[in-house]
Design a protein around this ligand. Structure first.
Ligand code: FAD
Length: 363
């Protein structure tokens, strides 16, 4: 049995940031992540084989008012840039009608992007942490209370390991707590129900990306942004991973996860690429690479319910469960639990900061 003060379960943005804040406070901890890589919903498609410069496949933007994101990027010396939005937007209304241009509204709020992809933030965060304290390929299969201690079991490549701690930070979306972390054994029925009711933000979504040698749309006076009522892509943006390189377009696939599952990857890719050609012209067909990321298929992100339900915003009422969680010495810090900006990258940081404020000082 390996003992520590605090076990952090989940190595997405919230888990890694929780680890950094525990390290700041010199509180002993261990972080356990199920997947072979850190990042959770943050991942990217390398612009070249082996490159760490990536086109975002999960989150893409943060916004100017999100101060925790800006502070963290500054602390880690990770650069950011403004979303490319110069030029016209295209609208595709009907399959039998050419798409038309609308002038970009100069008053639109600026969106911000991490240079080289949001994965840069994950690498920089993980790089700040003591490597022996953060473990990938450690899916937690059982959590139980034994006296005042928490006992956590992981199965790493078939090998069971046990960990013990005074406190737990759950950096896992609500429904995955119910699915994997055996909460019926230690949480009230009401809390388990509330967790199960809370959708994992964006978990049912899928993204298509097309990588290009040149940003041909910019030369045509286009922003790379398009909206379609035809599909399969419903909203398209310039996904280039820095201001001047790693050129790409990405689109949200507006087809339900059940319908996506009926199509092979080749069929879906062909439909998406053909649509880009129809909207942006023949240059769009000459993609150097394409990729479909279907988040509904990721068992460490989406549950069956997330894949089936129409998307809705987060609404977890933390206040209602505060006392129970305090007594348990359990902190819920995935983005869905944030007081503000829940579901977003900023929410993940905010949920952690809120939890950290409640920790007793380490002796
Ligand atoms: C397609 C898409 C687009 C998005 N776009 C944006 C955007 O533009 N801007 C924005 O702000 N946000 C966006 N988001 C949301 C953003 O990705 C999340 O807010 C953020 O990444 C959440 O981080 P997290 O650490 O709270 O959760 P997660 O990233 O889900 O991390 C949870 C971690 O827990 C691990 N885990 C789960 N179960 C176990 C277990 N049993 N044992 C151990 N580990 C476990 C998972 O593997 C995962 O690594 C988007 C999300 C998606 C999917």
């Amino acid at each position: 049995m390996i003992e520590t003060d605090t076990i952090v379960i989940g190595g997405g943005l919230s888990g890694l940031f929780a680890a950094l804040r525990l390290q700041d406070l010199k509180i002993p901890y261990l972080l356990l992540e199920a997947k072979p890589e850190f990042g959770g919903r943050i991942t990217g498609y390398p612009v070249a084989p082996g490159s760490d410069v990536c086109i975002d496949l999960g989150p893409t933007w943060f916004w100017p008012h999100q101060t925790l994101m800006k502070q963290l990027l500054a602390r880690l010396q990770v650069e950011w840039f403004e979303q490319y939005s110069t030029g016209d937007t295209l609208v595709q209304r009907r399959p039998d009608e050419a798409s038309f241009r609308i002038q970009n509204d100069a008053g639109t709020m600026t969106s911000c992007r991490v240079t080289g992809g949001v994965k840069q933030l994950v690498s920089a965060l993980a790089g700040q942490l003591e490597q022996t304290k953060i473990k990938t390929e450690h899916p937690v299969t059982v959590v139980r209370k034994s006296g005042k201690k928490w006992q956590v079991t992981t199965v790493c490549r078939g090998l069971e390991q046990n960990f013990s701690a005074n406190r737990m930070i759950l950096a896992v979306p609500p429904r995955l707590i119910v699915k994997y972390l055996t909460p019926e054994a230690y949480m009230s029925e009401g809390l388990v129900k509330a967790l199960q009711a809370e959708q994992t933000w964006m978990a049912g979504q899928a993204k298509f990306i097309a990588v290009y040698k040149e940003p041909f749309w910019r030369k045509k006076g286009l922003a790379g942004q398009a909206f379609s009522h035809v599909g399969p892509l419903v909203e398209i943006h310039d996904a280039s991973c820095s201001a001047g390189s790693g050129f790409a377009l990405f689109g949200f696939i507006g087809v339900s996860s059940a319908s996506r599952a009926q199509l092979s990857r080749q069929q879906l890719t062909a439909q998406c690429l053909e649509q880009l050609g129809t909207i942006f012209g023949l240059d769009a067909l000459n993609a150097a690479a394409t990729h479909v990321e279907d988040w509904a298929q990721d068992i460490w992100v989406a549950t069956e319910l997330d894949a089936l339900e129409p998307p809705r915003h987060c609404s977890f009422d933390m206040e209602q469960h505060e006392k129970e969680l305090e007594e348990l010495k359990v902190h819920l810090v995935a983005s869905e639990f944030a007081q503000f900006e829940a579901g977003y990258l900023e929410g993940a940081l905010m949920a952690v900061e809120t939890a950290i404020q409640t920790l007793p000082p380490w002796p």
